[in-house]
Design a protein around this ligand. Structure first.
Ligand code: NAP
Ligand code: FE
Length: 364
């Protein structure tokens, strides 16, 4: 058996009204919070109100940064961190999808190191940071249980993961916040979670524990397939999708994501394709390429698909796709070949021709 380490230090509270029922938890982190959200959803789905009530009940002050955009930019995170410093926030609460949750982690580093330039987020080596609380309102990224934070960096023309990493101290998982999630976002984000499960399982850094987590997640995902196709979700299915996303996050926290995620970043940056669909576009080619054939068969069998084409057909029914030109594929291929850490997540050498073909069969 392969050696491995396991770390997932986030304390989870799961269940209906878990913020309200555990409001005292916020007292651990200080006297003032900065809440990081997207523009509107946290106000509409009740999550922001629950947090504000919990803070007020415990005499904790707060300020709100609600300008986080999808695939958050470095500039937006800098603006939020300036607010955190000006307001003397002791801790950061991210409420929303992966975008506000990832931003909250970046803000936690920037606000604790106000003399550093933002570029320090991408430099190796750890640094102090404010405590982080995460409250997901999409079921997809698992950011509440991962150490990753991914920002759009215009100068690099793609999305880049921070080198500074931290898990949230606490995460609250309440499926009530998802009841308002439109079918389209539910599908996009569920597909992101599925790609986390698949990539964590096939990644060279997978371990006994991450595999066990993935296998449970895939089994639960199989039970949600019909609801995803139909686009109608009862509360029980919402809870399942939330827990699948959290399991998938726990799995990538151990073994990271693989080629589809990095390849997908170009489709998001240049073609504005949502994150989950961008990964899904490469899933079939990636599963056909890797050498772990037993594991590929196991994924298909647990999900209930006869082959990768059937899985791809399912994904095509759920999410949008885009096409790319020859020139675009050549550019993306050259860029991907520079990311040696991602190439190393695949258990066989990846030549430029291989990478080109992975793009070509997926986006042409
Ligand atoms: P998102 O970008 O956070 O949000 C997408 C949209 O969903 C926004 O318009 C948002 O509106 C809306 N929304 C959120 N919750 C809602 C609700 N309950 N009801 C109605 N609308 C709601 O989407 P995401 O897919 O969750 O996150 C994607 C980001 O996560 C990407 O940047 C990706 O790279 C990152 N990611 C991170 C990890 C990790 O491990 N850290 C893993 C995978 C992906 P508002 O703007 O109004 O809130
Ligand atoms: Fe993802």
């Amino acid at each position: 058996m392969k050696d491995f380490t396991y770390l997932m230090p986030t304390k989870l509270f799961f269940g209906r009204d878990c913020v309200k029922n555990n409001s005292g938890v916020f007292r651990e982190f200080g006297k003032k919070a900065i809440i990081i959200t997207g523009r509107t959803s946290a106000k509409k789905n009740g999550s922001q109100n629950d947090v504000v009530s919990a803070l007020s009940e415990n005499g904790i002050g707060y300020c709100v940064f609600d300008k986080t955009e999808e695939n958050p930019s470095l500039e937006t995170v800098i603006e939020a961190a300036e607010m955190a410093v000006a307001e003397k926030a002791d801790f950061v609460i991210g409420i929303g999808g992966g975008s506000p949750m990832d931003s909250a982690k970046a803000v936690a580093f920037l606000a604790a190191n106000p003399d550093e330039k933002a570029e320090f987020l991408f430099e190796k080596g750890q640094a102090k940071h404010l405590p982080v609380v995460e409250i997901p309102t999409t079921a997809g990224t698992g950011s509440e249980v991962t150490q990753y934070s991914i920002l759009t960096v215009a100068a690099k023309k793609t999305k880049v993961g921070l080198s500074k990493r931290t898990f949230a101290d606490v995460a609250f998982l309440d499926a009530r916040y998802f009841e308002s999630l439109p079918a389209g976002i539910t599908r996009n984000t569920a597909v992101d979670a599925l790609t986390h499960l698949i990539e964590a399982y096939l990644c060279t850094e997978s371990s006994f524990i991450s595999d066990a987590i993935v296998e449970k997640g895939l089994g639960e995902f199989a039970l949600c397939k019909d609801a995803l196709i139909e686009g109608s979700f009862d509360y029980e299915t919402r809870e399942k999708l939330l827990l699948i996303s959290t399991l998938a996050g726990m799995a990538i926290a151990q073994s990271q994501t693989s080629l589809p995620h990095s390849m997908g970043y170009y489709l998001t940056f240049f073609k504005h394709l949502q994150h989950g669909p961008a990964n899904a576009q490469f899933t079939k080619a990636y599963m056909d390429f890797v050498t772990e054939r037993d594991k590929v068969d196991n994924i298909l069998s647990v999900l209930g698909f006869k082959d990768t084409s059937e899985l791809d057909g399912f994904l095509r029914k759920l999410v949008e796709r885009v096409n790319c030109t020859e020139d675009e594929i050549n550019y993306y291929t050259d860029e991907m070949m520079k990311i040696s850490a991602k190439l190393a997540t695949v258990s066989r050498p990846v030549s430029r021709d291989d990478m080109y073909n992975l793009f070509k069969v997926s986006v042409m």
